[in-house]
Design a binder for this molecule. Structure first.
Ligand code: C2E
Ligand code: CA
Ligand code: CA
Length: 555
């Protein structure tokens, strides 16, 4: 008998002892049966005769031996029954433990651990039929928000509903797994050379999951990103990857690509994604190292009052002076810093430098700083910023923070209270890139912004013949209606400037006035204008006439 199956729950601490005892019990029962056959054959008839008065009483020792025999057989039988019951229970427990270890307790899908084996199995079966296999990674784009806003029980309910919808769509042979919080995967066979069948299924999935998830209390909507990899090339001729692990990695890379491309979409793995990811990992390492070595520096872009032509402040724009890669734009490193959780540290370092720089400037000059939506998720953001201001001795009235519309998708209550506490201390708050996101008029009315910034993508339309942009005009009149001052980005030439001037009081910034410059260049510029603290101006504040004074060389 298999030793494992003989183990009992009574003596789990010493399985060998238990096995010994069972063997002894079995030996005794077997010996008893042999004895019964041996002695019972002669003793039983004598006992029967004596009972019916037909013969002498048999020897009492023999009778006792017979009774002992019978008792031992009953003992052996009962032990055997116990054993079979114990084995059955143990098997059930083992099965249950195995199932628990292999599935996700919430959704009852497979889990990350068991998905690898499941994928190998699906691949083996598909290969035997000459079919291909697709592995699909699914990541929910906005699940964290659902959890944060509606609570974890609602989040859990959404995940269960989502799994049920996925199961209903998947073919019978597919296996579905929950790999982590809001990450799922499935593996399915498909006829080699017909990857469009997988595309069809994935498109149906997007359509289905775009339908709202109705919970008793709330209705939530989800979007998802998907990465796919197949073990055959598109025309189905060559088996491409050799193991499930590679298939999983490739679909992960495709998923990463889908997220980078703006989420809510899917991609099949392509080899170029591997080098893209390698480059991204290099950037990540570079950013970590660069932060420690002080390679991130603030640059400053001038902000001009359109009416008077006077310089009124600067917007701080981060730059990474990488020794290997040169000067890198924030569009490249800010999203990575956000992703790897370094944006707070990076931003705070830049702020410290910027406060120190701006303290040397004339008191009338403001400093604008861009704040990422990720930073606003920290409920202590406002307090930390104010603490930094106090530590730097920088007047809050000179600081303006710029937040983008995407911040308004996050916890709006939190954003609102943050804006309020910053404004209470005198910090101004503007809504950046207005019109490129989804803020509603309602939000504009309810959130106490000090200013709107019109994105340069709209402003560039003013260069078209006629110098008009309906969007810019609409935003300008909206700002006027809501009594919100406006800053216009992307003033690149005189034609744009002229068109803007006819639109009323505006602040403007753009390459027409100069490219963003580092702290030293700004100091030199301000020194010449007599606008460094304690330095006398060579002339009065700049006017429209001496605008060229501020103009830097065009690129
Ligand atoms: P943004 O806030 O919309 O900043 C304006 C961007 O437009 C800057 O790009 C600026 O250099 C560029 N720009 C200014 N004038 C002109 C112009 O006349 N023509 C053209 N074509 N471009 C112009 P930059 O510096 O590459 O910054 C890109 C974005 O990165 C910024 O967009 C801002 O959202 C973000 N960013 C910059 N610094 C930081 C930072 O410290 N923290 C965070 N979270 N984001 C930052
Ligand atoms: Ca900005
Ligand atoms: Ca912008």
């Amino acid at each position: 008998m298999d030793k494992a199956t003989v183990l009992t729950d009574h003596e789990p601490e010493n399985p060998l002892k238990a096995a010994d005892r069972d063997i002894v019990a079995l030996g005794i029962a077997a010996a008893a049966i042999i004895l019964l056959v041996g002695t019972g054959g002669s003793v039983l008839p004598k006992v029967m005769d004596a009972m019916f008065g037909n013969g002498p009483r048999p020897d009492i020792v023999l009778i006792n031996a017979l009774l002992l025999n019978i008792a031992l057989i009953i003992f052996g039988w009962r032990r055997y029954r116990e054993l079979t019951r114990e084995i059955a229970e143990r098997r059930r427990a083992e099965e249950r433990a195995h199932q628990l270890a292999a599935t996700d307790p919430l959704t009852h899908c497979l889990n990350r651990r068991s998905m690898l084996t499941a994928t190998e199995e699906v691949r083996a079966r598909a290969a035997a039929r000459g079919e291909a296999v697709a592995y699909c990674m699914i990541d929910l784009d906005n699940f964290k928000q659902i959890n944060d806003i509606h609570g974890h029980p609602a989040g859990d309910a959404v995940l269960v509903m989502l799994c049920n919808r996925l199961r209903a769509l998947l073919p019978r042979e597919a296996r579905l797994a929950r790999l982590g919080g809001d990450e799922f995967a499935f593996v399915m066979p498909f006829p080699a050379g017909h990857a469009e069948r997988v595309d069809d299924l994935v498109i149906r999935m997007f359509e289905n999951l775009a339908q709202p998830f109705r919970l008793p209390e709330v209705t939530v909507e989800l979007t998802l990103s998907i990465g796919l990899a197949a073990d055959h090339d598109p025309d189905g001729t060559i088996g491409l990857v050799v193991d499930a692990g590679t298939l999983m990695q490739q679909s992960d890379m495709a998923l990463y690509h889908a997220k980078k491309q703006g989420r809510n979409r899917y991609f099949w793995f392509e080899p170029s994604m591997e080098s893209e990811l390698r480059f991204r990992n290099q950037l990540e390492t570079g950013i970590r190292r660069g932060l420690a070595r002080g390679e991130f520096v603030p640059y400053y872009e001038q902000q001009i009052d359109l009416d008077s032509g006077a310089l009124v402040g600067f917007e701080m724009l981060a730059r990474w002076r990488s020794p290997q890669l040169g000067v890198i734009s924030p569009d490249t490193f800010v999203p990575i810093a956000e992703e790897i959780g370094l944006i707070n540290e990076l931003s705070e370092r830049l702020m410290e430098q910027a406060f120190a720089d701006a303290k040397e400037w004339d008191d009338s000059l403001t400093l604008s700083i861009n704040i990422s939506p990720v930073q606003l998720r920290d409920p202590w953001f406002a307090q930390r910023l104010l603490k930094k201001l106090v530590a730097a001795g920088f007047p809050p009235q000179r600081l303006e923070i710029e937040i983008t519309e995407s911040c308004l998708h996050e916890n709006i209550g939190l954003v609102r209270s943050m804006i309020m506490s910053l404004r209470n201390q005198g910090v101004q708050v503007s809504l950046d890139d207005f019109g490129t996101g989804y803020s509603s008029i309602e939000q504009l009315r309810n959130l106490p912004f000090d200013r709107l910034k019109i994105d340069r993508s709209f402003v560039s339309e003013l260069r078209e013949p006629g110098g008009r942009s309906r969007i810019v005009e609409a935003i300008v009149s909206l700002g006027r209606g809501l009594d919100l001052p406006l800053t216009v980005e992307g003033v690149e030439d005189e034609q744009i400037l002229k068109a803007l001037k006819s639109m009323g009081r505006l602040k403007a910034q753009g390459y027409f006035y100069g490219l963003p410059e580092d702290a030293d260049a700004v100091r030199t510029r301000l020194k010449a204008a007599g606008r460094l603290t304690g330095i006398m101006a060579p002339a009065q504040t700049a006017t429209d006439h001496d605008l060229t004074f501020y103009r830097a060389t065009r690129p």
